[in-house]
Design a protein around this ligand. Structure first.
Ligand SMILES: *Cc1c(COP(=O)(O)O)cnc(C)c1O
Length: 232
């Protein structure tokens, strides 16, 4: 059995066990984060039943998409990295989801540049939940006004929130950060927005994220192995 197949099975089992532990029957989507790994690795994961993939770098992702064009109808591509304004057109044209919206201008450009004939681009706002100056995302207090400005954009569909909390080995601390994102999503619902997505949880903390309501977990290392250091 290939490593990727065995790793995917192990991650699926971790997700199922975490759902049982908190009696959750609603679905948790597994996103395979394939940044720095080859199109062939993605193809292997597809053969093992994986269809949802996350990428951080636009050029790298476009290369993989071209190499995997034959599989496009079965694949869902999620952009999860920092997004620069000059890359929005490529993202609007090639991705299904963007998780890293942190300003209105980006959302407006993506909506304007989304080609007619494609489904609306599914988007999440990235929230700086740990209060770290270096991490991307908007402050929790700024999320509701930004969400209210994004929701009416015609070619986007606002689905919810994403966060990358500061890494911690302490499950209680992991859960505090994920609970804070869940509470922020609740404020959007109270504000009248129909949002359903909490994109949170990575290889080291997916159990804590699921316990706090994650609907999409983003898993790289546990599926594809360790990345070269420079690529974080
Ligand atoms: C790289 C990355 C992941 C995957 O992290 P792992 O620890 O390898 O599972 C998830 N989310 C984002 C935003 C990432 O950049």
């Amino acid at each position: 059995m290939s490593d990727i197949l065995a790793n995917l099975q192990a991650v699926r089992q971790r997700i199922a066990t975490a759902q049982q532990a908190c009696s959750r029957a609603d679905p948790v989507t597994l996103m395979a984060v394939s940044k720095t790994f080859s199109a062939e690795s993605v193809r292997e994961a597809v053969a093992a039943g994986q269809s949802c993939f996350g990428e951080n770098y636009v050029q790298e992702a476009l290369g993989k998409m071209a190499a995997l064009a034959d599989l496009r109808p079965q694949l869902e591509w999620h952009f999860i990295g920092p997004l620069q304004s000059n890359k929005t057109r490529q993202v609007a044209e090639h991705f299904d989801w963007v998780h890293s919206i942190d300003r209105l201008k980006l959302a407006q450009r993506l909506s304007e540049q989304r080609p007619a004939g494609l489904q609306p681009l599914q988007v999440c706002i990235q929230v700086n939940i740990s209060g770290e100056a270096t991490k991307g995302g908007v402050e929790p207090a700024e999320v509701l006004p930004l969400a209210q400005a994004i929701a009416p954009l015609p070619n986007l569909r606002l689905r919810g929130l994403m966060a990358v909390p500061a890494p911690s080995d302490d499950p209680a601390e992991q859960r505090r950060a994920f609970a804070a994102l869940r509470h922020t999503l609740d404020t959007l619902r109270t504000g009248g927005l129909a949002v359903d997505t909490l994109s949170m949880g990575m290889s080291a903390d997916l159990e804590s994220a699921i316990a706090e309501g994650a609907t999409i977990v983003r898993i790289g290392t546990a599926i594809f192995g360790a990345r070269p250091r420079a690529a974080h």
